[in-house]
Structures are given as C-alpha cells and as structure tokens.
Design a protein around this ligand. Structure first.
Ligand SMILES: Cc1cc2nc3c(=O)[nH]c(=O)nc-3n(C[C@H](O)[C@H](O)[C@H](O)COP(=O)(O)O)c2cc1C
Length: 184
C-alpha cells in the first residue's frame, strides 16, 4: 500500500491564507502535470491553465473588474473584483477547452477540467504548498471568457489560488461515509 498517497487523499484540505513564495520551477511543473493527468474521455485534453503572478495578478484583477463592469455589477463589486486575485501569489484560472464530440458532451469536458483543479491542489499540498479552489459569479461571465481570449464554448471551472500556507492546514474532521452511501 502507498501510505503517503492515501494519506494525501484523506487529508486534502484548502488553505485560503496564502503568501509567497508561490510554487515555481519543478514544483509548478509537477502541479501542471498533475492537472494534465485528470481523467479525460476521448483524450480531448480539454484543459487550459491561465497563470497569473506578480503583475499578472493585477492584470487578472483588471479583467475581472472590466467584465464585472460590462456585466452591470455595482461599483463595490467591481472594486472587489480588482482585488480578488491579490489573495495569493499565484492564481491559475482553469478552463475547459470544450470541443464538439459525438461521444463526449461538454459536461464531461467540464468535469475533466474540474478534476484537474483538484489534482493541482493536491500536487501543491504534496509539495508543501497550499491552495484553494474558488469560483465567483464572474466564472460564468461570457464577457470574462472573451477578455481572457477563451472561445465561446469554453467554460472556466475555477480559480486555483496557490502559495505557501500562512497558517497550518486544517486537519479534516471525520465524516461518516454511511450517510452518503447506498448499496444498490
Ligand atoms: C467549484 C468550486 C467552487 C468553489 N468556490 C469557492 C469560493 O468562491 N470561495 C470559497 O471560499 N470556497 C469555494 N469553494 C470551496 C473551497 O474550495 C473548499 O473546498 C472549502 O473551503 C472547504 O475546504 P476544504 O477543501 O479544506 O474541505 C469552492 C469549491 C468548488 C468545488
């Protein structure tokens, strides 16, 4: 049995308080490779990882704010959007690059991209980093998709905030699996 792998699966947890350094170099490449190992029906590789750090975080904030503005958001929400990416030293916007396919509907391609988010979070945790998968109503904004250069059929599935945990990772509490299980 691979105890370390099992332990990572059983203790995966999110960290929202993140500071520099962000994963870089080989550590970042491991994270991206883990994302690319997500299950993928039809080998369509429906993944797009848009990385932002340093000035890129401000650029992402500006795009979020611009889409919020064009979507008619209130001034306060627009200002909040500008600040959103500044909560971590690295933000990966993960989008499903959806391709028309007769056996693989868009939903399955969204699921693949979602699996990539979790795989990348876990690869970060495995290397001593922390992260949190966040969304926002802007995740569904077609305007944001356009500003990020995504195609009409693409779908952002999350913003993965990564960095070094500024607090210790929460130890997940026990959940009784019986409450979620039914044998058929
Ligand atoms: C699709 C998706 C979107 C999420 N969006 C947010 C979010 O915008 N803000 C947030 O605080 N948590 C969000 N979460 C939840 C966190 O990623 C995290 O799972 C939650 O805080 C529980 O912590 P844990 O992962 O350690 O159990 C989202 C999770 C998923 C799967």
């Amino acid at each position: 049995m691979n105890q370390a792998a099992l332990s990572l699966l059983l203790t995966r947890s999110s960290c929202g308080l993140l500071q520099a350094p962000a994963p870089s170099g080989e550590a970042l490449e491991h994270i991206l490779q883990a994302g690319l190992r997500a299950p993928d029906h039809g080998h369509l590789q429906p993944f797009q990882f848009l990385l932002a750090e340093g000035e890129g975080l401000n650029r992402l904030g500006a795009l979020l704010a611009e889409s919020a503005k064009q979507d008619g958001a209130a001034e306060e929400a627009i200002e909040r959007a500008t600040q959103m990416p500044l909560r971590a030293p690295l933000v990966i916007t993960v989008a499903a690059r959806v391709q028309p396919h007769n056996k693989v509907p868009a939903f399955e391609q969204h699921l693949s991209a979602g699996c990539a988010v979790m795989a990348m979070q876990m690869a970060a945790q495995a290397q001593g980093f922390g992260g949190i998968w966040r969304s926002s109503p802007l995740m569904y904004s077609r305007k944001l998709h356009e500003l990020l250069g995504l195609n009409e059929q693409d779908q952002i599935v999350g913003f993965l905030y990564l960095g070094t945990p500024a607090t210790s990772l929460r130890i997940p509490s026990f959940v009784n699996s019986a409450e979620f299980v039914r044998w058929i």
